[in-house]
Design a protein around this ligand. Sequence first.
Ligand SMILES: Nc1ncnc2c1ncn2[C@@H]1O[C@H](COP(=O)(O)OP(=O)(O)O)[C@@H](O)[C@H]1O
Ligand SMILES: [Mg+2]
Length: 285
Amino acid sequence: MLPSVTATRYVLPLREGGSLPGLVEADDLGTYVVKWRAAGQGVPVLAAEVVCGELARALSLPVPALVTVDVAPELAVGEPDQEVQELLRHSAGVNLGMDYLPGALDFSAGSTEVDAELAGRVLWFDALVGNVDRSWRNPNMLFWHGRLQLIDHGAALTFHHHWPGAPAAVARPYDAAQHALIESHPDVAGADAALGGRVTRPVLERVLALVPEAWLRGPDPDEPADAVRERYVAQLLGRLEARDAWLPALVRAAAEGSANRPPAPRGQNRPGWLGPPPPPGVQQR
Ligand SMILES: Nc1ncnc2c1ncn2[C@@H]1O[C@H](COP(=O)(O)OP(=O)(O)O)[C@@H](O)[C@H]1O
Ligand SMILES: [Mg+2]
């Protein structure tokens, strides 16, 4: 199970994204970005956050800590914004929280650069989980303490919005043309060699076990939670095994994307006042 906290104060809505996540204080004195169970696309989005966030973590990709956040109906009391008030009221119960990273900078393609190894791993991971929401327009990546952090995986695993279409999603090509890291010389082949063997059935089963039962929706509403968990595990293992269908095109797309821009050696054009180059994994241009 994910650690569980209880919301003690609603602070404010984060309006950048579409889903109106909220900043919330909790009884462990932590502050979290909360995805509401009553938000537009429903609880599968919360399942996607857990499955992708924890799978990424299992692959040593940086993701802020995830928790479940218990919300009482009274949390909405005193909230002046009608839309927020409704959302909170309908979200009483278990919601998803991500550790809030104070002072984190939004990733901005072109001004911050990620090294080829990390870029390749993020791109490979996004292709595996079918994340359609890591574009240069909407990168869903933060920099915090000099390190890249992946956030917002709600728009991945889209097969779970329509299970009958899931088999067709197994071998679907991944459109990387708009990916935020496509020009970062992503080493996709290296990522595949390093990560392919780490996405195993036991790892996926451990990840799925972290998803609260109430967020698991199979094609049949009465399907037991463990059977739905097994659907995700089988789907992701199938996707992994079908790499012949999507990996070569991804490697090509990465090579083409990078051809648009020459490599930027670390530290080049770095103003003196910025101090020594940042730690490995992060480059600033
Ligand atoms: N853990 C976090 N720490 C700091 N800021 C965050 C965090 N999570 C999200 N944000 C900020 O809130 C915005 C919206 O969050 P996001 O998870 O992308 O939600 P949406 O589904 O609405 O796009 C992000 O673009 C980012 O600026
Ligand atoms: Mg977002």
